[in-house]
Each structure stands twice: as C-alpha cells, then as structure tokens.
Design a protein around this ligand. Structure first.
Ligand code: FES
Ligand code: FES
Length: 158
C-alpha cells in the first residue's frame, strides 16, 4: 500500500507492507536515530513525535500514518549546531552509551513544546516510558532542566 507522510518537514510517498511498523519504516527510510529496543512499547528507544505527541513508533503500523507528520531527532540539530536539548544532554553527562538518547530527547522535546517550565515531577512523568540502562536518570533530568532554562533565556532575548 502507498502512503504519504511528512518526516522532518519532508513529504514522503512510500510503499509499506501490511505488518510494517512505523519504527521499521523510519529506519528503512534512513532515520537510524530511531532505535529498536524492545519492540513492544516498554523501553521508549523508538520514541518519535507524531502530530505533536511523543509515540512509541514500534507500536504503530506504518499503514496508519498516512497523512501524519513525524519528527525524529535528525530534525533537531547537527553536530555543528546542536539543539539546546542535545547540548544540554552532552554537557550534563546524560549521554553514555547513547542508545536511549534519541528517544529521550524526543520525549523531552514534546514536553518542553507543551510545557516550557516543567517541574522535576513533570519531567519524570514525561520520561516515564523511556528507559536508560546507563545514567541512573539524574543527569537526564538535569539536562532537561538545563535546556528548559536556556530555552527560556533565549526566548527572553528574542
Ligand atoms: S522499541 Fe519501541 S518501546 Fe521499545
Ligand atoms: S545512555 Fe545508555 S541506555 Fe541511556
């Protein structure tokens, strides 16, 4: 079946197989930041933003995303010009093996887009479905707080 979706602001017309997941489709299209962790909605490694909400792409059939808008971490920043969340994660020591990082950052981005000044509890709740085996979460929460502070300061400047 052919579907049309927008990925990182680019319209894509693609053939999808009936049982293909959004996770498999995104990786097939080259968005390798989207990670396969558990394949059953338990780890958050495959988190992307779809129509403004964070979703586990392993739980979504590609045929159902016709007309939807998907954002992956590839759209956020580059090595030369990282997004504030990406630099905050690096500076806070929130990236160790990095496997959970793209999903964590997308979950954090969805949070900050709807709530620019989250409390620690709100950050914990937003990242609840994203597992990290390396950091112990303290640095990740600090990174989200740091990014939120910097985004606020940037907004004030503009
Ligand atoms: S791979 Fe999707 S939640 Fe784990
Ligand atoms: S940094 Fe390794 S799983 Fe999170």
């Amino acid at each position: 079946m052919e579907i049309i979706l927008t990925v990182n602001k680019q319209s894509r017309k693609v053939e999808v197989r009936p049982a293909e997941t959004l996770l498999d489709l995104l990786r097939r299209l080259g968005y390798k930041s989207v990670k396969y962790g558990c394949g059953e909605g338990a780890c958050g490694a495959c988190t992307v933003i779809m129509d403004g909400r964070p979703v586990n792409s392993c739980l979504i059939l590609a045929v159902t995303v016709d007309g939807r808008e998907v954002t992956t971490v590839e759209d956020l920043g580059t090595i030369q010009k990282p997004h504030l969340l990406q630099s905050a994660f690096v500076e806070s020591g929130a990236v160790q093996c990095g496997f959970c990082t793209p999903g964590m950052i997308m979950a954090a981005k969805a949070l900050l887009d709807r709530n620019p000044s989250p409390s620690e509890d709100e950050i914990k709740e937003a990242l609840d479905g994203n597992l990290c085996r390396c950091t112990g979460y303290v640095q990740i929460i600090e990174a989200v707080r740091l990014a939120a502070r910097r985004m606020k300061a940037e907004k004030k400047k503009n």
